[in-house]
Design a binder for this molecule. Structure first.
Ligand code: ATP
Ligand code: MG
Length: 792
């Protein structure tokens, strides 16, 4: 069964075939978006298996998300027609966790180590910064976390940093202290942060060559998707895994019963694994996390003898969408020009829309989605992208009102909710008794009358005696604290010890299921009960969330009959935003542009295509910032198969303020004939300086007033001002009604909404907002300063 080698190659073009069939030490596939890079990786794995050139266990494939990994596994299995058990297809982080859990004991960690996600790292840093009073030097948990992460991605640890740091600079000396304390606390808690997962695996391989050899021997084919977003540590990891095992080492390993057998070649060594990487430098969007494009540009130097295959045909998008993507990315200098083409025909034009506000923009998106849906596009083939999470609020409000089914990927994640973190902390404290942060979290949650003074007393006692915090809790009776507090602490320690017994592999009664452990802890701690007993109406929802977590553990047990508590905790730590995407769920997907990488949809909306958002204002000061933002926009555009919508708003509520927004500079990089503006940004020309953009747009297009929402409206205004005239001169041209005094009862005329009556005025100065009841358009709120209105 399964497809023969020929069928495996049928659906591929000649270049793709070449990439699938090439056999050699190293292969680099560089190609633009949608050219089948991921597909080639999948077919390459399938072909290795189908031809019996490799066992599943000899394959390691790295994807950017867990979801992409699951998909790749499914496709490979479908292609070869059998299950590919033993094949490692996973993210860098998951692969490293697997290695570290197996090997942790070799370097002083227990295999139940905790994984600190970004939030945990920051929480720990917050405490450290407070204890060191480092905030006086301007350190915040976020800034310290970012710097430490950057260092770790460069494989720099405290010692190497200390050697280069300028300690005469008090701020640097303080940072060193933060870094040192953070590192020590992680080790004490038997915890790894996200960056450690990679960095420590590299360290492990360097420090213990015979352990490295185990994996060098095992993985004969290593394949990496989205290689343009790998960082230095990940590069080193791949490098280590693909090293050959030299003859002297071979002899040593054979003596240890390593059985290298047929892997040893004529020269007496085990050749390094064959490496295939695919990537697109134009889609490198994680430089801020240390991703290094040089990993691609210097691949041929790093892996001599590498074959390079270029793919140019795009199978995803229509030509109009591709042309837009091509012309946008062409504005980045310092790149190899590559032209993507599609055989799929021009397709529809890109639709542009300028809303008066984020709400108006959201209404347009919702209305267009309904139209698409009525025309037969399923909801799960529609995605809405944005640059920052703050943009979701307006979208959500309108979507809820329009009863549109949607899901936000990676918004407030379930696992980031405080009550879920609380319940998880109980599980972590059971799995890893050294994890002090988890212990401190559960200490007074729910409230047991254990205050900060008691917590400090426990910590001090532990420190003074060289005990763990957990041991200090058990000993609380000898600390001379009040009887109530003492018994609360001792009881909590006992509850956690009971949990530990439940998962002890030596337990004669057998190990308990994760759900049973969780339920036991929830009962013993009364966490849910205390939420229910509280009068805060939010707490009912919180209690339900915790119960949902019990359901999650049960589902985990169904999917992983062999998995225990540690496996569950690992899985939870490694879920990423994109992993929440569920194609079958029949909902519109909302996500950031970063999360959209590698995905594709029939219809894509990119919202907030404005200066300050895209490019993001933070990027302005970063070297290469605007170029990276352009790549992000390119990633967004190239997700669309058939329909692409670009929208923006004239005013945007952001950073607690309502601000005038300007069209993104990237919009003018798209040839005007590719976009059909349903409502253009139509900036005034220099003579019409005081007119509002909207007003001017109306005049120029000589169209009757139309509804704003876009629902059923007949649009079709052309851009009045050539796109090349944006956006440099607009600031001065935005309408300014600054001195217009409005009061409840006043009648006004709005360029689009028509006549209406002011019902209230709120806010002050430039932020005054008029609440207006329009005769035809209903109630609206308008920012007086810039609204296209006149008093009647
Ligand atoms: P990205 O850069 O966005 O990650 P990619 O290069 O990985 O894109 P794929 O996702 O592999 O591209 O392919 C894009 C789409 O084109 C997919 O739907 C894929 O199935 C399809 N495709 C790729 N190659 C072919 C082909 N030879 N024939 C038909 N469809 C193809
Ligand atoms: Mg891909």
């Amino acid at each position: 069964h399964g497809e023969s080698g020929d069928t495996l190659l049928d659906g591929l073009n000649p270049q793709q075939r070449e990439a699938v069939e090439y056999r050699g030490p190293a292969l680099l596939i560089v190609a633009g978006a949608g050219s089948g890079k991921t597909r080639v990786l999948t077919h390459r794995i399938a072909s290795l298996l189908a031809n019996r050139e490799a066992w599943p266990s000899q394959i390691l494939a790295i994807t950017f998300t867990n979801k992409a990994a699951a998909e790749m596994r499914e496709r490979v299995e479908a292609l070869v027609g059998e299950s590919a058990q033993g094949m490692w297809i996973s993210t860098f982080h998951s692969a490293c966790v697997r290695i570290l859990r197996r090997e942790a004991e070799n370097f002083g960690y227990n295999r139940n180590f905790t994984i600190y996600d970004a939030g945990d790292s920051k929480a720990l840093l917050k405490r450290i910064i407070k204890e060191l009073e480092a905030d006086t030097f301007g350190f915040t948990p976020g800034s310290a976390a970012a710097r430490i992460s950057k260092l770790k991605n460069e494989l720099s640890d405290v010692d190497s940093f200390a050697r280069t740091a300028d300690r005469s600079d008090p701020k640097e000396a303080m940072f060193l202290e933060i870094f040192r304390t953070y590192t020590r606390e992680l080790a004490r808690a038997s915890a790894f942060d996200f960056d450690d997962l990679i960095g420590q695996t590299v360290y492990l391989f360097r420090a213990f060559p015979h352990i490295a050899a185990l994996y060098q021997r095992r993985f004969r084919h290593i394949l990496v998707d989205e290689y343009q977003d790998t960082n230095h540590a990940q590069y080193e990891l791949i490098h280590a895994l693909t090293q050959p095992i030299e003859p002297d080492e071979v002899a040593e390993l054979e003596a240890k019963d390593y059985n290298l057998g047929k892997l040893v070649d004529a020269t007496g060594r085990v050749p390094g694994a064959s490496l295939t990487v695919v990537g697109d430098s134009d889609q490198s969007i994680y430089a801020f996390r240390g991703a290094d494009i040089r990993n691609i540009s210097e691949f041929e130097r790093d892996f001599p003898g590498a074959r390079v295959v270029l793919l140019e045909q795009n199978y995803r998008s229509s030509q109009n969408i591709l042309s837009a993507a091509n012309s946008v990315i062409a504005n980045n200098f310092d790149r190899k020009d590559k032209k993507l083409w599609s055989a799929g025909g021009d397709g529809e034009k890109i639709i542009g829309y300028t809303g008066y506000s984020g709400h108006d923009e959201a209404q347009f998106v919702a209305d267009e989605i309904e139209k698409l849906h009525s025309a037969g596009v399923p909801y799960n083939e529609i995605a809405v992208f944005y640059r920052t999470n703050s943009q979701t609020r307006a979208l959500e409000e309108i979507f809820i009102r329009s009863a549109l089914p949607y899901r936000i990927m990676g918004g407030t994640k379930f696992y980031e909710r405080a009550e879920i973190k609380d319940a998880m902390a109980y599980l972590i404290a059971v799995a890893n008794p050294a994890d002090e942060m988890a212990l401190r979290r559960v200490l007074n949650t729910p409230k047991r009358g254990i205050g900060p003074a008691t917590e400090a007393q426990l910590a001090g006692y532990a420190e003074a005696n060289g005990f763990t915090f957990r041991q200090a809790m058990r000993d609380a009776g000898s600390l001379g604290m009040g009887p109530k507090v003492t018994s609360a602490i001792v009881e909590l320690a006992r509850l956690l010890d009971e949990g530990a017994t439940m998962i002890d592999p030596e337990n004669p009664a057998g190990q308990s299921k994760v759900s049973d452990v969780l339920v036991h802890l929830l009962k013993g701690s009364a966490l849910v009960e205390s939420l229910r007993a509280s009068r805060d109406p939010q707490n009912e929802a919180r209690a339900e969330n915790v119960e949902e977590l019990v359901a999650v553990t049960k589902e985990f047990e169904r999917n992983n009959p062999e998995g225990g508590l540690v496996e569950f905790l690992t899985e939870v730590s490694l879920v990423a935003a994109a992993d929440e995407i569920d194609d079958a769920s029949g909902t519109v997907s909302l996500m950031t542009l970063h999360t959209a990488k590698g995905l594709e949809y029939d219809a894509v909306f990119i919202t907030g295509v404005e200066e300050e958002l895209l490019p993001h204002r933070m990027s302005a000061n970063e070297p290469g910032g605007p170029a990276e933002e352009r790549r992000l926009f390119y990633v967004g555009i190239t997700r669309a198969r058939k329909r692409l919508y670009l929208s923006l708003a004239m005013t945007r509520a952001q950073f607690g303020d309502v601000a005038v927004a300007l069209p993104s500079r990237y919009l003018q990089e798209i040839p005007a004939e590719l976009i059909e503006w349903k409502q253009s940004p139509g900036f005034a020309n220099s003579r019409g300086g005081t007119q509002s953009r909207a007003l001017n747009a109306r005049r120029a297009s000589r169209q009757p007033d139309r509804g704003l929402s876009g629902a059923g409206g007949s649009f079709g205004a052309k851009p009045e001002i050539p796109a090349s005239a944006w956006p440099n001169r607009v600031t001065a041209q935005v309408r300014d009604n600054g001195d217009l005094t409005l009061e409840p009862g006043d009648r006004i005329r709005h360029v689009d909404f028509g006549d209406g009556k002011v019902t209230a005025v709120t806010g002050e100065g430039s932020k005054r907002v008029a609440h207006v009841q329009f005769e035809k358009s209903g109630a609206k709120k308008l920012l007086i300063k810039i609204a296209p209105i006149e008093k009647l």
